[in-house]
Ligand binder design. Structure first.
Ligand code: PLP
Length: 429
């Protein structure tokens, strides 16, 4: 039973606890969640439940309190919740690595089990930089990416987030200096593809890798683009000796309608990051997968090891739940569920297209986006969130976006409800 009243939680929260991108002390009272089950969050103030249109930042694809994931966690907890990964190994980690190798694009063979998405991107970048150092090409240490991206909040990932107007703009002068190209248009345009090719060719001598979010640029703007650009990247990287990294942290595990977004283009990157839905949103775990070419390159170097090893690397509890989550996903017709949600969102969000201030409505896989023609300020963001809460739905509108990425187990009536909430929030914004 909870020991604190809701107002005590809020008081302590305001005084002591940082929230994502929040001030200290806190200015806005968050909602206090008591528990969660299925697709619903139960609020601690007794006011009821909210359908989670966010899947807890795109991770809880099976919903909450799932019996299969609970059992996997319980079983592993009774065995070993954690053990250091230096000099030791265990079944959950190797099973998970094998599972990821089996389901990811052909050629990705080696798995680094990191403890968050950002760290997996750090590791991916380190792999690429070290690869070229090992091959005696130490000048190849920069990254090329699209503007408008988001890859996490640690140093290297921040350096490849949108440098202007993005979440890490504050640091753009001191972060590693990367090469930016405009975000890809939604449809394929040969002239843009040509610009991509020539940027890669022009900077090839200093580029370690190109890193992008395939098919969907997520937190940087929820932009969708033609998978054909991924093939352009693959060909240009191969032609000019540059590695290719796909950040599938948001898109992985079915969100865009294929298991990984890379499949839309039938392209294998040299390194791929996954996270978020990897554990069904239960635990913090991510992974960077790489090809044998990358791993072999690193092991030919003067320092033949990948110098990275966080305390919670390969955490057995997270790995056991991740195995259960991936197997749960693969054991069902998840494509049909994602398609069903997409159809419901397309239908339910259609009225938003006629609202004043709405610039675009788009749906891909189980992602529904309403883009406004203006950015929401803090007050408008709060008003939009409250409008969704009045509809019984949890959303997190930001900048010019009201969007949803619901759990795949969201029923049709709840999908319709989420869509109504997105429209209500867009109206308010
Ligand atoms: N990469 C992408 C594409 C993401 O969407 C995110 C998080 O939103 C990250 C990396 C960072 O992951 P994490 O928040 O687990 O560090």
């Amino acid at each position: 039973m909870p020991e604190l009243s809701v107002s005590e939680v809020l008081e302590l929260d305001r005084r002591h606890v940082w929230h994502p991108y929040g001030p200290m002390p806190g200015r806005v009272d968050p909602l206090v969640v008591d528990s969660a089950s299925g697709v619903r969050l139960r609020l601690a103030d007794g006011s009821g439940e909210l359908v989670d249109g966010m899947s807890s930042w795109w991770s809880a694809i099976h919903g909450y309190n799932h019996p299969v994931l609970n059992e996997a966690a319980r079983e592993q907890l009774g065995r070993m919740s954690h053990v250091m990964f230096g000099g030791l190994t265990h079944e959950p980690a190797v099973r998970l690595a094998k599972l990821l190798v089996d389901i990811s694009p052909d050629g990705l063979e080696h798995v680094f089990l990191a403890d968050s998405g950002s760290v997996s991107v750090e590791v991916a970048v380190k792999m690429c930089l070290q690869y070229w150092r090992s091959l005696g090409r130490p000048a190849k240490q920069r990254l090329l990416t699209w503007r408008g991206g988001y890859h996490g909040d640690t140093w290297q990932p921040m350096s490849v987030c949108d440098p202007e107007g993005g979440m890490h703009e504050l640091w753009s002068g001191v972060l590693p200096r990367q090469v930016f190209v405009d975000p890809p248009p939604a449809e394929y345009e040969e002239s843009y593809a040509e610009r991509l090719r020539s940027a890669i060719e022009r900077h090839a001598d200093e580029l370690a890798a190109v890193i992008v979010e395939p098919v969907v640029q997520g937190a940087g703007g929820m932009r969708f683009h033609s998978p054909a650009y991924l093939r352009v990247l693959r060909e240009a990287c191969d032609a000019h000796g540059v590695l290719l990294v796909f950040d599938e942290i948001a898109t992985g595990f079915g969100r865009t309608g294929t298991l990984f977004a890379a499949e839309h283009a039938a392209v294998t990157p040299d390194v791929m990051c996954v996270g978020k839905a990897l554990t069904g949103g239960y635990m913090t775990m991510a992974a960077a997968l790489c090809t044998s070419r990358v791993a072999d390159g690193i092991s030919r170097g003067e320092v033949p090891v990948l110098a990275h090893g966080p305390t919670f690397m390969g955490n057995p509890l997270a790995a056991a739940v991740a195995c259960a989550s991936v197997e749960l996903l693969l054991g069902q017709d998840w494509r049909a569920e994602v398609e069903r949600i997409g159809t419901g969102l397309r239908e339910g969000l259609a009225p938003a297209a006629g609202l004043p201030g709405v610039k675009d409505v788009r749906v891909l896989g189980a992602i529904g986006v309403v883009q406004l023609d203006h950015a929401l300020d803090e007050a408008a963001m709060r008003a939009a969130t409250e409008a969704a809460v009045r509809e019984g739905v949890w959303l997190r509108p930001f900048r010019d976006l009201v969007y949803t990425m619901p759990p795949y187990v969201t029923g049709d009536a709840d999908v319709a409800r989420i869509a109504r909430a997105v429209c209500a929030a867009a109206r308010e914004g």
